[in-house]
Design a protein around this ligand. Structure first.
Ligand SMILES: C[S@@+](CC[C@H](N)C(=O)[O-])C[C@H]1O[C@@H](n2cnc3c(N)ncnc32)[C@H](O)[C@@H]1O
Length: 222
């Protein structure tokens, strides 16, 4: 962490970072971890989850626009979480909590079925090389977890700047039982999703950004 990140961390982590018991690896989440989110936020409100929030470039402005939601972000890279804390502090919002850990595990272990109203995965895992495809978040097992955790009618919003990953998402999710592609194809860009530093680099390199939105249908039973 640089000096300013360390300051953000020291000042704000106890208010906004939720400490979770670890599994075998530094970013894994113990099987017996649990969080009472209503108690954590001090209120019961619709839950939004972001996986791979980076420095909080989307998280903080989008959470600011949704004061009536409790927003939980997962990020494995601690310095990025420290930058996020700085943004949260500057925005003066209180409806965000950050977990330093693997979001795929976190979604599965820390949320009751049928309780997540939206999941955001924006440029979360840019695994475009073939040998890395097995690490991609968007695959059958994870989609099963997403279907279980979303509320009926809940939304999964995705964005990627890798064409082949965008097509892979459509291939895996368009006909996935329990999910429907809300727009029948690519989604229009969510009006308040900012262009993040990461996305800006992709655009500058000539890549096209694709957004997708899936809705949990009634066919997915908890
Ligand atoms: C390419 S960056 C994009 C960050 C942010 N969404 C944005 O648009 O600026 C991807 C981030 O996702 C994080 N990440 C990847 N897989 C993750 C996972 N399974 N759980 C939590 N964080 C993850 C990485 O550490 C990285 O910070």
């Amino acid at each position: 962490m640089n000096e300013s990140q360390q300051k953000n961390w020291d000042r704000l982590h106890s208010a906004f970072v939720v400490d979770i018991p670890r599994g075998d690896m530094s970013t894994s989440i113990s099987d017996d971890a649990s969080v009472d989110w209503a108690a954590e936020f001090g209120r019961d409100a619709p839950l939004i989850v972001e996986i791979g929030s980076g420095a909080g470039d989307s998280l903080v402005p989008m959470a600011s626009q949704r004061p009536d939601a409790n927003v939980v972000a997962f990020e494995v890279f601690e310095p990025a979480v420290a930058s996020t804390l700085g943004r949260i502090g500057r925005a003066g919002i209180s409806n965000v909590r950050v977990v330093v850990g693997d979001g795929a595990q976190g979604l599965a272990k820390l949320f009751a079925d049928g309780t997540v109203s939206e999941l955001w995965t924006f440029f979360a895992d840019p695994w475009h090389k073939k040998r890395h495809h097995k690490r991609r978040l968007v695959a059958g097992d994870f989609a099963d977890v997403v279907c279980a955790k979303l509320t009926p009618g809940g939304l999964w919003r995705l964005a990627t700047d890798w064409e082949d990953y965008a097509l892979w998402m459509r291939e895996h999710l368009d006909d996935f039982p329990g999910l429907e592609n809300v727009h029948g194809g690519w989604a229009p860009r969510l009006a308040d999703r900012p262009v993040t530093k990461y996305e800006g680099k992709g655009l500058a390199a000539g890549r096209t950004v694709h957004d997708l939105t899936y809705r949990r249908t009634d066919a997915a039973q908890n």
